[in-house]
Design a protein around this ligand. Structure first.
Ligand code: KIV
Length: 277
């Protein structure tokens, strides 16, 4: 039985003003590395659809995919608190279905909590899942699953109406019983205000420096995802370049007959070889 970080820690960290670090992870080796780097929370995000499966957005991600990725992240980590994203249309239809699907991520995917997008409009859903005994992380501001309705991947909360909506959404998420909330692509001063108003930790992505914690997609941190890079991303290592160099070297050495050399092969009894001949 693994002994993982618990929910109380994150409230305590908020009170102590100690930053919470969250990274996405989608498989066992990524989970191992993110945990080794010290991230307290690992999010199996539905961004998996784009960064691992090559879809253009998150809408094609299914619950089955999430269960598999969550279980892999669970196997690859020991201590980190694991959160699995509920994908598009697995929690919007009704609360019973939402509870059932959240339960699958916990039971089969072995995560400790689920994340879902929305605020005021998801109040009852969050409440139902929490009442079923499953911790919920909210997600407001830019909510990629409903980006069409939001008019695209845009910063949310810049004008009065939109800022009010983001604030009310965040407060609804807390009131519904969520243990933490992601604020995505909201102006830094609004994220600071929400962070001050809420007693649950805020985890920012494109929400400035004053949230209680931060999250980035692992592929963005390590520059593994090709061309598109949102403004809020900082690349911390040239992972894509290093990996490509290694792969190119492999291809070149195979072509040149340099790999495999004697040291990478196995010997056998000479007499046996003669006999086979
Ligand atoms: O799916 C995801 O990776 C996310 C984070 C960007 C917060 O929801």
């Amino acid at each position: 039985m693994k002994s993982r970080l618990g929910l109380n820690l994150f409230r305590e960290m908020k009170l102590r003003k100690e930053k919470i670090t969250m990274l996405t992870a989608y498989n066992a080796w990524q989970a191992r590395m993110a945990e080794k780097a010290g991230a307290e929370m690992l999010l199996v995000g539905d961004s998996v659809g784009m960064v691992e499966h090559g879809f253009p957005d998150t809408l094609d991600v299914t619950l089955e995919m999430m269960v598999l990725h969550c279980a892999a992240v669970s196997r690859g980590s020991e201590k980190a608190f694991l959160i699995g994203d509920l994908p598009f249309l697995t929690y919007e239809v009704d609360e019973r279905e939402a509870v059932r699907n959240a339960g699958r991520l916990v039971r089969e995917g072995r995560v400790q909590a689920v994340k879902l997008e929305g605020g005021v409009n998801r109040f009852e859903t969050i409440r139902a899942i929490v009442r079923a005994g499953i911790p919920v992380m909210g997600h407001v501001g830019l909510t990629p699953q409903t980006s069409i309705a939001l008019g695209g991947y845009k910063v949310q909360g810049k004008d009065r109406e939109s800022a009010r909506r983001v604030l009310e959404d965040a407060m609804a998420v807390e009131k519904a019983g969520a243990f933490a909330i992601v604020l995505e692509c909201v102006p830094s001063p609004l994220a600071r205000l929400i962070t001050e108003k809420l007693s649950i930790p805020t985890i920012g992505i494109g929400a400035g420096p004053d949230c209680d914690g931060q999250v980035l997609v692992l592929h963005d941190v390590l520059d593994l995802y090709g061309t598109f890079r949102p403004k809020f991303v900082k690349v911390f290592a040239d992972g894509g370049k290093i990996l490509l160099e290694g792969l190119e070297k492999y291809v070149s050495e195979v072509k040149q007959g340099e790999f495999p050399s004697g040291e990478h092969g196995f010997t056998m009894d000479e007499g046996l070889l003669e006999e086979l001949k």
